[in-house]
Ligand binder design. Structure first.
Ligand code: ASP
Length: 315
């Protein structure tokens, strides 16, 4: 039996303590803890890394605090278009969806693509048709409506601005700050298999069918037992341009860097060099974990079989 661990994130960005209320801070920490414990429970019972990360992500997708599933941000057209991906490091199988609507848990749909289609990446209406065929749970538009997301969008919908904002509670801040709100999880199970998953609503006011890094295998999400499982959050365009998650894997495989060193190289050098703000979480197949961010904060949590458990927000 190998060491096992579970790590998750709920988005990174300009998350400052002075902008937080104590209530909101504890709401985030509680939500992270609940999702972390749910994923960890799967590992404790001998479950797979894939099932553990799915269990954690579904909880975060159902929580309106996070920009994924229920809390997904509004597009320019005033709807939600969600992206998600999952990858199993034990056999490099992967599933991803982009621009899906009304799907309660996009991560379940991505898993369905991974397990029960001949494909890796489905988008838009076709992905929705596949969801219906596979009996994936759908919800009406109202399910995805929340007042603060709506206000956040209303503040910029008439402009060409798009925002990487997560929850924004002061509207002026929305335009000033960059915050991100994707959710992600990585895990190493007791058999030494690793997996990664990411789910997001993307960016507020996005248009033209914009797709970020989250569902793009190798960019926002990647897992390979030989190296690492990575889930990213931040300014997606930069994570695509740096092929961020796969680059961590390459630095480990070809250069012999440790997980922490490789993540540090990508987040604190390669991304920063092109102005890419955000962070990532990772595990390797020995149960080691790392969480690296170049932004002011990242909602995150980690728990392992050695008794270590922690949720945190600020850098
Ligand atoms: N990376 C996501 C995207 O660009 C946003 C985020 O992490 O919040 O769609």
């Amino acid at each position: 039996m190998s060491d096992y661990s579970m790590v998750l994130h709920g988005g990174a960005g300009t998350i400052l303590k002075e902008d937080m209320t104590p209530e909101l801070e504890s709401a985030y920490l509680n939500a992270l803890q609940i999702a972390l414990d749910a994923g960890f429970a799967v590992l404790e019972q001998g479950g797979t890394a894939v099932n553990a990360i799915k269990a954690a992500i579904v909880i975060l997708e159902d929580n309106v605090l996070f920009n994924a599933g229920r809390g997904a941000v509004f597009t320019k057209k005033g709807v939600q278009e969600m992206d998600a991906a999952i990858m199993d490091g034990s056999d490099l199988s992967a599933g991803a969806v982009a621009g899906v609507r009304n799907v309660r848990n996009p991560i379940m749909l991505a898993t369905e693509v991974m397990r029960n289609s001949n494909h890796v990446f489905l988008s838009g209406k076709g992905a929705n048709d596949f969801a219906i065929k596979q009996g994936i749970k759908l919800e009406p538009d109202e399910y995805f409506y929340s007042a603060f997301r709506y206000d956040q969008w209303k503040a910029i919908r008439d402009s060409d601005n798009y925002s990487l904002d997560h929850t924004n509670h002061h509207l002026e801040e929305l335009l000033r700050d960059k915050k991100f709100g994707t959710v992600g999880a990585v895990a190493c199970d007791s058999n030494g298999n690793i997996a990664a998953a990411t789910s997001t609503g993307g960016m507020t006011n996005k248009k033209y069918g914009r797709i970020g890094d989250s569902p793009v295998i190798g960019c926002g999400t990647y897992a390979n037992n030989k190296t690492c499982a990575i889930s990213c959050t931040g300014h997606g365009e930069m994570f695509i341009r740096t092929v961020a998650a796969y680059d961590v894997s390459c630095l480990m495989e070809y250069k012999g860097l440790s997980l922490q060193e490789a993540m540090n190289e990508v987040v604190n050098h390669k991304l920063i060099n092109i102005g890419g703000e955000g962070g990532m979480i990772g595990v390797d197949a020995k149960g080691n974990h790392a969480m690296v961010l170049n932004s002011a904060g990242m909602y995150r949590g980690v728990r392992n079989n050695k008794g270590f458990s922690e949720v945190s927000i600020y850098k």
